[in-house]
Write a protein that binds this ligand. Structure first.
Ligand SMILES: [Zn+2]
Length: 218
């Protein structure tokens, strides 16, 4: 449980929930940020007053242009911190999201420039996500699918994984299912699991977990 949830956290959560294709309502934010619904109500009221978000009559929240600018800036910093931790310090890829959640708020513009100079622009984060978040429709347009929907037979490559769930990341790491890994979907089973070969080994996943992994034809 976080002690304080900043304006930046809210705006970033709205941008990310959009990118995951989840309806962005107060309940989604409460779940994502680990805060109570009344706290969300209070904060979203303030964000609306500041012109950073808008709500439709159904309670769906949307970033305004100004709100999106702040969310993009913090997402970009999150992304750079994750890359720094893996590429410069060799931290395990499944640990860096949590670390970046804390550090992203402390990055100054100067430090951000140095990070870009050191790491270069445009690469994906250690979870395979781009600094600009692509909604599911955009990913499908690029020919990516979630692993539960992939066709059996034929080589696949992991593009990205859902990064907000540390236990999921550790689990995937344990079966060598990481961004860039090649795999082959072998069978779709009657019990709603899939069988696949990755790193020379057979593994199985429930479709609920497979849905959190994006793949493309290798
Ligand atoms: Zn990431």
């Amino acid at each position: 449980m976080k002690i304080t949830v900043s304006k930046e956290d809210y705006l970033k959560a709205i941008a990310e929930a959009e990118a995951e294709g989840e309806p962005v309502i107060a309940a989604t934010l409460a779940k994502w940020l680990g805060v109570s619904p009344p706290a969300v109500t209070m904060s979203t009221r303030r964000l609306k007053r500041d012109g950073l978000i808008e709500a439709d009559p159904g309670g769906h929240l949307r970033l305004t242009g100004e709100g999106r600018k702040i969310a993009d800036r913090i997402l970009n910093r999150h992304h750079l911190i994750e890359r720094m931790l893996v590429e410069v310090f060799g931290m395990e890829w499944y640990k860096v999201h949590d670390e970046a959640e804390r550090l992203e708020h402390a990055v100054s513009e100067d430090f951000e420039k140095l990070l870009v100079r050191k790491l270069g622009d445009g690469a994906a984060c250690p979870h395979g996500n781009q600094a600009e978040v692509y909604p599911p429709a955009e990913r499908r347009r690029r020919g990516w699918t979630t692993l539960d929907e992939a066709r059996a037979g034929g080589a696949l490559e992991v593009v990205s994984v859902y990064e907000r769930d540390r236990k999921l990341l550790e689990f995937l790491d344990g079966i060598a299912l990481r961004p860039g890994a090649s795999l082959e979907l072998v069978a779709r089973n009657y019990d709603d699991t899939i069988s696949f070969r990755v790193g020379g080994r057979m593994s199985q996943l429930s479709s609920a977990v497979a849905r959190k992994v994006w793949v493309k034809p290798a």
